[in-house]
Ligand binder design. Structure first.
Ligand code: KG4
Ligand code: ZN
Length: 352
């Protein structure tokens, strides 16, 4: 039988198979990652090669450099992932890969590796939306968590509120009209002279600072579920430049703390309001900024008062990884979605 016909049958069979073991690949930005996940919840292995150190000296991700380093890392990671899971490729039921959104050259490395592997092993290929992966990071973090819930998606590329009515059904109810929140963290960190990626650096510094500088977000969107972070980002940049021009000292800790308080207040207020309006009882956070300690603490306390259950991914699954892609792929398969053929290519932007 031809590859296409053969894997179509295999893909259909997976819906009724008791145990489904997926090898998943993620290379959308600066982490090359491969994981093996069983039945959407059990992570048998999760290996990551981070390029953070490589990009740090440039102050951000350099796309060309990212693609080359994905290429260098991916084959070894594949061997490692199988070894860590203590299984062979013959025990894998499907290959999943992030095909967007992300840096196109970086995505292409993962997509082409996945296509080669799927073809050579005669396995179904599942194309996964990176954002769906971030949402699924909560299924591998909380074994009992099930939809429906409201999801606050906060990463370097996205800021959105989504109504998740089922594993593969999501409705966008709000998003950023300009910068993603992670982007704002990274740019504020940069103006403060902190290293890349800025989010974790701001997080650390803010703990030592006081909330005494008056930064605000625009209230033009206050009645909606949309966000805007470019105003506060510019306000911080202007504050720092002003101080520098006047040769005044800048207390970086206070800047970080005041910025972080304002941004996390905005994220908490809108997500809790959206959850109450949805009638759902659960709020789930996804994406790299979900690692922020002030956001985790503030949201947990405020949600308790509203009788809303709040879930954050465990820290290792907040930022990019392949285990979350393997989990999302399992739920696609259950609904007969996501099957790709060898014409699959990378998509730099993609709808939620
Ligand atoms: O989800 P992610 O790993 O990649 C994207 O899909 O974008 O998110 C990366 C973003 C970066 O902007 C990074 O600065 C931010 O998540 N981030 C944090 C923290 N850890 C990572 N932002 C605030 N506080 C943190 N602790
Ligand atoms: Zn991500």
């Amino acid at each position: 039988m031809s590859y296409i016909k053969d894997v179509k049958v295999k893909f259909e069979e997976l819906r009724n198979k008791k145990d489904v073991t997926i090898l998943a690949i993620e290379s959308s930005c600066d982490e090359t990652a491969i994981a093996i996940v069983r039945n959407g919840r059990e992570v048998l292995s999760n290996v990551i090669s981070s390029q953070i150190e490589i990009h740090r000296r440039f102050g951000g991700v350099v796309p060309e450099v990212a693609s080359r380093n994905h290429l260098l890392a991916i084959s070894n990671l594949y061997e490692e992932a199988l070894k860590e899971a203590n299984i062979t490729i013959n025990q894998i039921d499907a290959i999943a890969v992030t095909y967007g959104a992300g840096l196109v050259g970086a995505l292409l490395v993962g997509v082409n590796f996945a296509k080669g592997l799927a073809y050579s092993q005669n396995l179904p290929l599942i194309a996964v939306n990176h954002i769906h992966g971030h949402i699924a990071s909560n299924y591998i973090s909380h074994q009992k968590l099930e939809p429906p819930f409201v999801c606050l998606m906060v990463s370097g590329g996205h800021t959105a509120l989504l109504k998740i009515s089922d594993y593969t059904k999501q409705k966008l109810i709000g998003s950023t009209v300009d910068d993603a929140v992670g982007e704002a963290f990274d740019k504020v960190a940069r103006v403060l002279g902190l290293s890349y990626p800025g989010g974790p650096e701001i997080d650390k510094l803010a703990k030592k600072g006081e909330n005494i500088i008056k930064f605000t977000v625009s209230n033009a969107l206050s009645k909606t579920y949309n966000f805007s972070f470019s105003g506060i980002k510019t306000a911080v940049i202007n504050y720092v430049h002003n101080k520098e021009q006047k040769k005044e000292n800048i207390c970086k800790e206070n800047v970080a703390r005041s910025f972080e308080e304002c941004v996390t207040d905005e994220l908490c207020t809108k997500s809790l309001r959206a959850t109450k309006a949805s009638g759902y009882k659960k709020l789930v956070i996804a994406g790299g900024v979900g690692a922020n300690s002030m956001l985790r603490e503030k949201m947990t306390n405020l949600a308790k008062k509203e009788n809303i259950e709040v879930y954050f991914p465990v820290l290792k699954y907040c930022t990019d990884n392949a285990a979350m892609i393997g989990s999302a792929a399992y739920y696609y398969i259950q609904k007969g979605l996501g099957r790709a053929d060898l014409s699959l290519t990378a998509r730099p932007t993609i709808d939620l």
